[in-house]
Ligand binder design. Structure first.
Ligand code: SF4
Length: 336
C-alpha cells in the first residue's frame, strides 16, 4: 500500500495572546488536534464557518506557519519540523491559490515574469526555449490567451486574475494545491467556471486539491471527500455521498440545511443555529458544539465526543452515534 500524499496527524496551532491573566499565559486554540489525509489525485474539502481554523490548517500545511504540535507528512516525509533548506523541494510540491489573487501577484510584475519565477526558482526549464514553451502551455491550460503574458495584473478581470493565480501555482508542477477560499470572492457564473477549471486540471494532471471553503454548495460539485471543522477540530469527515446524503453530526446537518437543492419540490427545513461560534480562547467544555446544538443533552457538556467511525470511511464526533438508530435524531429524522 502506498503512503497517502498528505497526512496530517493531531495537528495543533496554538497562538499565545499578548499579556498574561493572573500570571497565566492564554492561547488561541485555532487548531486543536486535527487529523486527516489526502490521496494523490483526490479533492478533500475542508469546510466550516469563518474562524473555525480551516485557513490556519492550510497555512500549516504550506509551512507558512510552524505547527505547535502534531505532524504534517508529505509523501512519507515529515515536513512540520524541517528547516528551510530541507523544506525547499517540498515547497514546490505544495502550492496555493488564495481568495484574492491580487495579494499574491506583484502589481509591478508582468504575468510572464510572475509565472517564470517559480519555474526558474525550482530549475524546471533548462533554457529560454523551454521556459517559453512552459509559459505558453500554462496559459493554454488555464484558458487565457498567450499574448496576455505581457499584461500587468490590473489589466485582468477578477476571474482572469484567479486563472493567473492558478497558472502560477501550476508553474511549480505541484502534487497538491491548497485552494483557500479560492472562488469565494467571484461572481456566481465566474465561480462555476473556476471550479470547473480546477476539476479539469485535476483530472488532466492527477493533482490533489485541499479545497478550503465556507460554502458547501460549491464543494458539492467538485469534491471527493469532505471534512467539516468546528472550533479547531474535525466534527465529521467522509465521502461526498456520505456527508451530503446522511450527515452524522448536527453541525453538518445544520450547514447542509442552508444549501439550496436543485429540486424545488425537495425542500429542506433550514436549521438556524443559536448564538455565535464560541471563542477559541476558551472553547466550551465537553462537546465544543454543545452551546449551539439542537440535540445537546447532559453528557455533551462534560464529555468530549471522540471522532469515531460510523460506517466505512465515515467518521463523526457526536455522542448521538452511540445510540440505536431509532433514538438518534440524525438517523430517525426527529428533531429535538
Ligand atoms: Fe450535539 Fe451532543 Fe452531538 Fe455535540 S455530542 S454534536 S452537543 S448531540
Amino acid at each position: 500500500m502506498t503512503a497517502p500524499l498528505l497526512e496530517v496527524n493531531d495537528l495543533k496551532m496554538h497562538f499565545p495572546l499578548g499579556g498574561a491573566l493572573f500570571g497565566e499565559r492564554r492561547y488561541v486554540y485555532a487548531v486543536d488536534g486535527l487529523s486527516f489525509r489526502v490521496e494523490r489525485g483526490e479533492t478533500l474539502s475542508l469546510v466550516g464557518e469563518s474562524g473555525c481554523g480551516k485557513s490556519t490548517v492550510g497555512r500549516a500545511i504550506l509551512r507558512l506557519l510552524k505547527p505547535t504540535g502534531g505532524q504534517v507528512v508529505l509523501a512519507g516525509k515529515r515536513i512540520d519540523d524541517m528547516g528551510s533548506a530541507k523544506l525547499r523541494p517540498y515547497r514546490r510540491r505544495v502550492q496555493v491559490v488564495f481568495q484574492d489573487p491580487f495579494s499574491s501577484l506583484n502589481p509591478r510584475i508582468r504575468v510572464r515574469d510572475a509565472l517564470a519565477e517559480p519555474i526558474n526558482n525550482f530549475g524546471l526549464a533548462k533554457d529560454n526555449a523551454e521556459l517559453t514553451r512552459k509559459l505558453n502551455m500554462l496559459m493554454d491550460k488555464v484558458g487565457l490567451p498567450r499574448e496576455a503574458l505581457g499584461r500587468w495584473p490590473h489589466e485582468f478581470s477578477g476571474g482572469q486574475r484567479q486563472r493567473v493565480g492558478i497558472a502560477r501555482a501550476l508553474a511549480a508542477e505541484p502534487d497538491l494545491i491548497v485552494c483557500d477560499e479560492a472562488v469565494s470572492a467571484l461572481d456566481v457564473s465566474v465561480k462555476a467556471q473556476i471550479v470547473n477549471l480546477l476539476g479539469d486540471l485535476q483530472k488532466e494532471l492527477g493533482l490533489a486539491l485541499l479545497f478550503i471553503s465556507h460554502d458547501l454548495a460549491i464543494v458539492e460539485h467538485m469534491t471527493h471527500r469532505v471534512a467539516v471543522m468546528y472550533l479547531g477540530k474535525i466534527a465529521e469527515i467522509g465521502t461526498k455521498r456520505q456527508i451530503f446524503a446522511r450527515p452524522r453530526h448536527p453541525y453538518t446537518e445544520a450547514l447542509l440545511s442552508a444549501v439550496p437543492t436543485p429540486d424545488p419540490l425537495a425542500k429542506r427545513e433550514r436549521i438556524m443555529l443559536k448564538g455565535d461560534v464560541p471563542s477559541p480562547i476558551s472553547p466550551p467544555s465537553g462537546c465544543r458544539f454543545h452551546t449551539r446544538c439542537p440535540y445537546a443533552f447532559d453528557r455533551c457538556k462534560s464529555e468530549e465526543p471522540r471522532l469515531r467511525e460510523v460506517e466505512k470511511g465515515h467518521e463523526a464526533a457526536c455522542h448521538l452515534n452511540d445510540r440505536d438508530a431509532q433514538d438518534n435524531p440524525l438517523l430517525s429524522g426527529a428533531r429535538a
